[in-house]
Write a protein that binds this ligand. Sequence first.
Ligand code: SF4
Length: 509
Amino acid sequence: MQFLGRRKKLEAGPRTELYGHCLQLYGQPPTENISLHEFETFAVDRLKLLKTVENLGVSYLKTSDQYSKKLDTEISTLQFPYRAYAEDKKTKTGASEYEKRRKDHISHFILRLAYCQTEDLRRWFIQQEIDLFRYRFNNLPSKSKTEFLHQNNLHYDTISKEEKISLKEKLVSSSYAVSGITVEEQDIYKVPFQEALDLVRSRRVYLKAGYVYIPHQDIITIVLNDFRTRLSKALALTARSLPVVQSDERLQPLLSHLSHAYVGQDYSIQKNIGKISLEQIDPLSSRSFPLCMRQLHRALRESHHLRHGGRMQYGLFLKGIGLTLEQALQFWRSEFVKGKVDTDKFDKAYAYSIRHMFGKEGKRTDYTPYSCMKVILSNAPSQGDHHGCPFRHSDPELLKQKLLSYKVSPSGVNQILELVKGMHFQLACQKYFELTHNIEDSGFSLNHPNEYFLESQKLLGGGREVDPPKGPSAPRPTAGPPQAQAPQAPAPQAPPEKTEDLECFFMDG
Ligand code: SF4
């Protein structure tokens, strides 16, 4: 890819030469030095943007005004480039156009490093980047689109005026973008049909002898194909070079947290501590727990035991909703002794780990409740486990039965299963929230089981009992989803979440 170009939108100068257009194909990685703070801030901002793209794509038609309005706001607040600006001057939000383009470039490459690691992550990243690219390209003026194609050496073959005249009737009747008046003036590209399958599938293009004739307005289809192929190859290549990157001890923790990065509130701060009684847990579990915690609670009550993955996930969640250490010890002990564990064994084998979870043993770390992405992406449950995210880890038929048993209507179940099918697990959970709370729009972007609980309590009038935590709401590299939140200004980074150390203190049995 060539970023260089003679017809600059930005004022000419050495620093602007790199970014000749507001849109990029990200062909060349950045070569400049940046601080670790900038590295992480850029990456987290892009995650927020991509998460917004995902959420909006499921909630609204991509051609609707609401979609555009909300995405415009997010792009502008997070200071990414969007329109083809005429000058490199400071915008209202403070960053110059050059700074925005630089951020766009660098942040894309950082996320490549973080999201090349597994098939799931790659798929998610490519999908959101493509949706973002499509939106930005479609919003460019026609002239700027042409400039983009030239600057990136995307030279698709155009047909001659004579050919246009001979095919005029076919072109006009097969494409909305072509009219009898404009057909001779506009560029019509002739490309192999397999490069424009979307257009062929939706019968929006003239097809002849293995070639499609695409009007300039629809060129996005083949540009996107190109972008997808490049990105997919680039991610595979990046994955190969990961061992080298990961050997850098400064980057390794940042990257591993980024792929699970949670950009919402910090639920490790116990503002509600002691505000929940043990008697309240049963009714709360059916009213205000997300499905993952409801499932764990039920399994615990039924079998009087949870394996270590379940104890970790549920124990930290309960801590996050406000259980004190004493309450937690009492809660787990009273349940376990109903099963095969006597008090003595509980005190020897399990009590230490619970005190550890509350930062009273070992390194005395205040451990963070798991966010959705941590639950969804790590430590998948196996036979006999009850942890994980039911929307991600349950068989669809079992999930359906479970939802019906929780009084979700059949049409609601179908909506949820559709979202699950599209791998939008948190959105499926949000839909579950809306259906079980009888509201149309939950009004928040779900990132965290504890967020689900707090939002439910607020809605059900229990908000006074359980105040939201006042933790840093800016990017925090705890394990959690890259979910869109109300845009926040970048802030100093909190230390990574500490849970791995804790896991070894939990014994199976
Ligand atoms: S999306 Fe999050 S809160 Fe909902 S069930 Fe899955 S892990 Fe739990």
